[in-house]
Ligand binder design. Sequence first.
Ligand SMILES: *[C@@H]1O[C@H](CO)[C@@H](O)[C@H](O)[C@H]1NC(C)=O
Length: 283
Amino acid sequence: MASLSRFIVVMCLAISILLASSMMVSSAAKFNQELDITWGNDRAKILNDGALLTLSLDKVSGSGFQSKNQYLFGKIDMQLKLVPGNSAGTVTAYYLFSQGSAHDEIDFEFLGNLSGDPYTLHTNLYSHGKGEREQQFRLWFDPAADFHTYSILWNPKIIVFFVDGTPVREFKNMESIGVPYPKNQPMRLYSSIWNADDWATRGGLIKTDWTQAPFTTSYANFKADACVWPSGATSCGWLSRESDAINLERLKWVQKNFMIYNYCTDTKRFPHGFPPECKVTAI
Ligand SMILES: *[C@@H]1O[C@H](CO)[C@@H](O)[C@H](O)[C@H]1NC(C)=O
């Protein structure tokens, strides 16, 4: 009797694991169908039948990819597992970027660190060629231990950066007070890993330890719930959801406990007054 019930328990577990893994595979797009490797030759690899992608950095070169599609608005999700161990001097960037001059850009960058020291999550936002809107955060987990989901929501009214579904930063459309907003140019998704030991870790004090190379960031479960530009919108249903019900309590929790830099409070940098959007976005 005991062995029969144990058998049933084991079977149930096996079935639920199978179900969970097949659900994961079907919801994510295949990297080889959605992305092109653009830099670094075989330092960039698409593995597991398109389910996994890795980018590496060694002393000679970094590597990178870009999305085949351009998007005009959407929600982009990607799971990243960052360089483990001593990642000091390395930067992994994951961002939306438009072509041409006066570009728009929505930027996640992960600044590496010595083993045991925390990564810095750096964010920036360019509209019509103007950036200088940096905010930096600590994460509430080790981003190199496991995959975590980093998302960008971009619609005509709001841009939100999410980490595992928690909003860490929002930027509203403030054209009414004269702040340019990215809404006329399509953007592609890009990601890359490169060496930035001249500035990234403690302002360039800590150099990349090349004996640890190659440094590798892994990607999984890419999902673009986005309007493909110029036509053939896959699913733009979310556009009608307006601001996507941002959890303001969670946003405040992150800004209070994990924000380590905000351009909107940097008086040294803006001695003559802050940019106009700071009146609206600073919490
Ligand atoms: C690395 O760790 C140090 C010590 O905790 C910290 O001051 C620094 O901000 C961290 N991040 C980077 C990117 O240097």
